[in-house]
Design a protein around this ligand. Structure first.
Ligand code: AMP
Ligand code: ZN
Length: 138
């Protein structure tokens, strides 16, 4: 199913043109218009899913292998030394387009520091308490 008001539905299904790297029956992979690094790409399912929690199991199972395939091609063709697979869920997590997508961000030696955080601290008691809370909702 697609959503008429969703820009990524339109891009994924070819209604709005994009710079496409890969396409099959279920996915389109495009270059991001506001790239974090040279070659930054997005995996878009052709069906509309708001985020990873909404994602169909069959589609979900294909996203990581596709990310690996595109990332490996980036390492060969762009001479990046690595890549990040990044996927945001919810506004507080940085999601701005509410159609599931996976970022593939090529990383270069001496490239900008992105997708990083400063490690915090947590006591073993805090970790145990947090784990219990999450486990109770699984
Ligand atoms: P997120 O913040 O995870 O929701 O990522 C949305 C991404 O989509 C951002 O990196 C944007 O630069 C990118 N983006 C938004 N609109 C377009 C578009 N029309 N074509 C390509 N990339 C887009
Ligand atoms: Zn959509």
């Amino acid at each position: 199913m697609t959503d008429d008001n969703c820009i990524f539905c339109k891009i994924a299904n070819g209604v709005i043109p994009s710079t496409t790297l890969y396409e099959d029956e279920q996915f389109r992979v495009i270059l991001d218009l506001g790239p974090a690094s040279r070659g930054h790409a997005l995996i878009l399912p052709k069906q509309h899913f708001a985020d990873v929690c909404d994602l169909d199991g069959e589609i979900a199972a294909k996203v990581l292998p596709l990310g690996a395939k595109i990332g490996a091609a980036m390492k060969k063709s762009l001479e990046c030394s690595g890549f990040n697979l990044v996927q945001n869920n919810g506004e507080s997590a940085g999601q701005t387009v509410f159609h599931f997508h996976m970022h593939i961000i090529p990383r270069y030696e001496n490239g900008p520091s992105i997708v990083s955080w400063t490690p915090g601290t947590a006591s073993p008691e805090e970790l145990a308490q947090i784990a219990e809370k999450i486990k109770s909702s699984l």
